[in-house]
Design a protein around this ligand. Sequence first.
Ligand SMILES: Nc1ncnc2c1ncn2[C@@H]1O[C@H](COP(=O)(O)OP(=O)(O)OP(=O)(O)O)[C@@H](O)[C@H]1O
Length: 313
Amino acid sequence: MDEVLVAEDVRRRYGDTVALDGVSLSAAAGEVLALVGPNGAGKTTLVRALTGTTDAEGRVELFGESPRDVDRSRIGLLPQSFDPHERLSARELVAYYAGLYDETRDVDAVLSDVGLTDSAQTYYENLSGGQQRRTCVATALINDPDLLVLDEPTTGIDPAGRQALWDLLSGLSDRGVTIVVTTHYMEEAQQLADRVGLLADGRLAALDSPTRLVAEHGGDSQLIVDGDFDETTPDRIDYPARTVLRNGRLVVYGVRPESIGQVVAELDAAGVGYDSLTWKEPDLEDVYLELTGTGVGRGGDPRSEEATAGGVR
Ligand SMILES: Nc1ncnc2c1ncn2[C@@H]1O[C@H](COP(=O)(O)OP(=O)(O)OP(=O)(O)O)[C@@H](O)[C@H]1O
C-alpha cells in the first residue's frame, strides 16, 4: 500500500513538558486515521509536527517529502485554533483561501458540502460556533487536497451537522483522500476511522482498527443501570460478575442479554431502585477508559471516573 504519511520517532518538548515522546505511525492512501486521547496527550502537537507547523525531532514525510517541502496544494489543514477575519462572510473567507491556490474546487460547492449554503453571506462573527467551525472545515477542503489533516473538526457542531461531516469525510476517503483527524468523540472515531491511534502522555498507547482495539481492550459486555446510587451500592448486589459505580451509574460486566432478568431480580432483592437499564457490547469508549484510566462522556467531554468499587466476586 502507498504510504502517504510516515512518521518515525517524533519527539517534541516545550521546556520541561514532553509533548511527544517518540511517536511512529503511517497512513496509506484513502485511509482515515483518527487520533484520540485525553486533554494534553499530544494530539495537536502531533498534528502540527506532521504538517510542519511546529519543529519536532524524528522523521516525517508526506508524499515522500518533508512537510515543509511538500506541495501545499496537496494538503488541507484545519488547525485546532483558527481565528479568521471576522468581518468577512463565510463565502468571502472560503473565496479568500481559494485565492491562495492555482486550482481549487468551486467555492459554493464546498460551502454546500459543509451545509453552509444558507449562511454563506453571513459575517463570520455572526455565525454560530458550529457554523464557524464548518466554515473553517471548508477552507481546508477548498484546494481539493489529497491529504486532509483536521484537528477536532466537529467540536461545537450539532449532531446532524456532525453526521453530515462524517459522511462527507467518508466520501472523500472513498475517493482516495487520506484523512488524519483528532477527536474527543469516540463514536466518531469508531464510525469513521480505519485505524485509531490512542495517545497518552505523548506516546501512542495503541494503534489499530476500531474492531481489533475493542476485541483486545474493550472487555466484556455491560449492563448499565441508571439510578440514584452511592459507592456502597455495588457491594449490595449479589450477582457473580464485576459490578462498579462509574460516573454515577452501576455497570455490571459480562452480562449476556438472557441474564438481564437475573440482575434485575438481584437489584429487587437488594432493594436497589433504578430508572433504566441499558445493555451494550464493549465499544471504543471502553478501550479509551481501559487504556487511559479516564472516562469520556457521551457528549464527548473527557471526565474522570467518579469511583469504582465492587470487583470480581
Ligand atoms: N505552545 C506550547 N507551549 C508550551 N506547552 C505546550 C504548547 N503546546 C502544547 N503544549 C503542552 O504540550 C502538551 C500536549 O499538548 P497538546 O495541545 O498537543 O495536547 P492535546 O492532546 O491536543 O490536548 P487537547 O485534547 O486539550 O487539545 C500539553 O502538556 C501542553 O500543555
